[in-house]
Ligand binder design. Structure first.
Ligand code: TIU
Length: 221
C-alpha cells in the first residue's frame, strides 16, 4: 500500500510493504553517565530526552508489523575490529576497551553496549552490532534488509550527526530511501542536530527526508 508522509523537503511516498525502522545505538554507553558518550565530555541528557519518542515509534512499527532493526556500536572483546585510529581518540583516562562504570567501554556483551531497558528489542527484532559509525560498515545490515524486502527506512536514534547521519548516507548510496524521525534523534550538541537535519534535506533530499514521529505514524495508520 502506498502512503504519502508529509515531510521535508517534500512528501515521502512510501510503499508500506517495503518499509522498515532502524533505531541507531540507543545503548547505555551513549545515554548514561559513565559510558562512552560521557567519557568524551558530553552531557547525556539531550539523548535521554528522546527515549519516549523513540518508544512511540517502535511501538507504532510493532503494531504495523513492519521490521524493526536495532543497532549497537560495539567491538569484539579482543578489539580486533577497532582500528587504532578510533581507539586513540577521546580522553586518555577512558578509551574503547577500558573498564569503566558500565563495564568495558563499547565492548560487546558489556552493560554499556546494552540498549536502554525502555527500548529493549522484542523477540523477532534484529540487533546489529557495528564496529563503525555507519551501520552498513562491516555488518550484515544490507543483506538483512534485502532478505526482509525492505527498501525504505524510517531512521531514529543517536547521535544525529555521527552514527545516524553516517548510516543514512551509507543507506542512500546503497539505494535505500531514508526518512529521519526528527524528534526521535538527538545530538549532544543541539546545534549539530539542527545543522544535520538541514544537510540531509538540502538539495532536494540529497541524503533523505525528515518528519516528526506523530506525522509519520499518523500517515502510516
Ligand atoms: N560521539 C558521538 O556523537 N557519537 C558516537 O560516537 N556514536 C554514535 O553516534 N552512535
Amino acid at each position: 500500500m502506498t502512503r504519502r508522509i508529509p515531510a521535508e523537503p517534500f512528501p515521502f511516498v512510501v510503499d508500506t510493504a517495503a518499509l522498515g525502522l532502524v533505531v541507531i545505538d540507543m545503548q547505555r554507553d551513549f545515554l548514561e553517565a559513565g559510558g562512552f558518550g560521557s567519557s568524551l565530555g558530553n552531557d547525556t541528557r539531550p539523548l535521554r530526552a528522546i527515549i519516549p519518542t523513540v518508544r512511540r515509534l517502535l511501538d507504532g512499527f510493532r503494531v504495523l508489523g513492519r521490521p524493526v532493526i536495532h543497532t549497537r556500536e560495539c567491538h569484539r572483546p579482543d578489539l580486533s575490529d577497532c582500528p587504532g585510529a578510533k581507539r586513540s581518540r577521546g580522553r586518555p583516562c577512558l578509551r574503547i576497551g577500558d573498564l569503566g562504570p558500565l563495564g568495558r567501554v563499547l565492548v560487546a556483551g558489556e552493560p554499556g553496549s546494552e540498549i536502554v531497558p525502555e527500548l529493549a528489542p522484542r523477540p523477532g527484532e534484529s540487533v546489529i552490532d557495528k564496529p563503525g559509525k555507519g551501520a552498513f560498515c562491516r555488518t550484515g545490515l544490507d543483506d538483512l534488509l534485502r532478505r526482509l524486502g525492505v527498501r525504505q527506512l524510517v531512521v531514529a536514534g543517536v547521535t544525529t550527526e555521527v552514527c545516524v547521519q553516517t548510516t543514512m548516507r551509507e543507506a542512500n548510496d546503497r539505494g535505500y530511501e531514508c526518512l529521519l524521525a526528527a524528534d526521535a534523534t538527538a545530538s549532544y550538541v543541539p546545534g549539530f542536530k539542527t545543522a544535520t537535519l538541514s544537510m540531509i534535506t538540502a538539495q532536494g533530499a540529497i541524503v533523505g527526508w525528515t518528519a516528526l514521529t506523530g506525522t509519520i505514524l499518523g500517515a502510516l495508520q
